[in-house]
Design a protein around this ligand. Sequence first.
Ligand code: AHR
Length: 662
Amino acid sequence: MKNKYFSLGALAVACMMSANVAAQKATSFVVKANQPTAEIQPTMWGIFFEDINLGADGGIYAELVKNRSFEFATPMMGWKEQKKNGTTGKALVHNQEAINPSNRRFIRVESGSDEGFGLSNEGFRGMGIKKGNQYNFSVLARQPQGDNVAVVVELVNPDGKSIGSATVTPQGKQWKKYNVSFTATETEPKAYLNVWAKGKGTVDMDMISLFPQDTWKQRPNGLRADMVQLLADMKPGFFRFPGGCIVEGRTLDERFEWKKTIGPIENRELTVNRWNTEFGHRLTPDYYQSFGLGFFEYFQLSEDIGAEPLPILNCGMACQFNTGEVVPLDQLDTYIQDALDLIEFANGGVNTTWGKKRADMGHPEPFNMKFLGVGNEQWGEQYIERYKIFAKVLSEKHPEIKLITTTGPFPDGEEFDYLNTTLRGMKDTRVDIIDEHYYRAPEWFKENATRYDSYDRKGPKIFAGEYASQTVAIASPDNRNNWNAALSEAAFMTGLERNADVVVMASYAPLFAHVEGWQWTPDMIWVDNLRSFGTPNYQVQKLFSTNSGTQVVPVLLDGIAVTGQNNTFASASIDKKTNEVILKVVNTSDKEMNNEFVIDGVKKLQNRGTHTELRSDNLNQENSFENPKAVSPVQKQIQVKNNKVQLKLQPYSVNVIRVKIS
Ligand code: AHR
């Protein structure tokens, strides 16, 4: 059944044509505050995370040493030998007498004198160091031939000046972990780390690591606080991890295997990052996954920021943009067992095998996982065949977990139509939520504000799992995170909210990008080694997420939903928790609009409300490290008289009006 306010989409488009004429008149929007059409799920606005663009290693995972365990394909990548005053020495990566089978290599440094022979690590495009902050160095080490060597670590700026230093003295022939902390004397975005072996002798080292003390929640060896804070500020409803195509891998051998990402970090087996060579124009040969940010940490992060954890697992298919390898249907058991074990890891009691592992990592309470994605951007019959097998087992054993299925990488076309029709037509297989992805031009987003108006209200729900306005072409390196892109996303998002009875989750993608290490653009948050800022797109996401409301109510212009008439787009909600009416109006035109908002269906409103405005006169405006708040929200008080608000909507603006019901 269609909602009566949605069925007039064609009329809305016709009205769009006469935009300029209508813009001259004062326009009256009517909010039907006592006619809720849908519950807005607390999960509605969330976050998509993937280790792309140095999102995890070199990004939110605060480890400063690259290739800390010498397991990259080129074992010395990121490392260089260092000598002082022509001293002698030797450094060689060994792969015998491994610490464990997942971490086979270590480095043996033979030093010829007290002068100092050693190594230096370049970090991920340098190391970001802050004056006065404490840095925690750790290393697994042993001295196979007597305890003659001291390990001196020092942070150095690009001019070669030491900006912090400390010493550890490994002892004995057994591997042991050594820790030391020191304070940095300068702020430096491009520092590097020297590790000197001083004294005549041999020292073996592995897991050479340096973290800032100042991490998110001050957790040892944790996450970059500034980056997590930007996520927490969004008050996200869910946190999707670990991707993205990274779930699939270029080959099945390189797929994401969650079990290899938990437990002691020295046991987490490193894998190449599939974005390493994905784009010839943005090659990143030093991009690997250390899994220091693993599944435990993803669940913990979700909990920290108040978001439902939403893991996506490989369904027995490698990325179809790469090899498209598939596991034979009769050999899917390992993959399905991974899913069952993950549910136990997240939700099982401490006396279960996997629940105990969670407890051993410091979280005896369950993480209360409620959703699970089966596959990322798969397509074709091969996906349906595999999904059916997953769904059968998971439905029998875990009917409480909502399953997320994919409709491939595009929001239309043959592959989308096949999956959409097939998934919706399956009678004996559960399809709870369908994941749709749209990387499209800004115009597409505006034209598709009505996309869900005609979706089946009784069918599966929708997860708008990855979307971003592409100003040039999909993943073009010339795409910009500009206001035009963000404004179009805001227009589209009013359509998601209006259809909250169908759309239960939405997330922008990708999330993070390092200015010197990205592969894909646009991205929501940009970082360098010390700084981070939210793009205009971030500001739009945050505005919607922090002004969600609990129930959708109609907002009408001449009796129909506002889906582009006069180049305006709108949605409205009631927040039952705060007893407010919340109205979102997007003006995508270059004209100021004189509007009246009439709030019908409530007896009395307080005579003051707030108007939050996000705008720029310049559609090409971007945020930057120099001007991170160029496009950022400004809040003002507004008057409410006789349940009406008079408001001028600025050109190119996203507006949120909140009024309390008294
Ligand atoms: O967000 C970047 C990539 O886009 C994701 O990994 C993939 O799912 C999509 O194609």
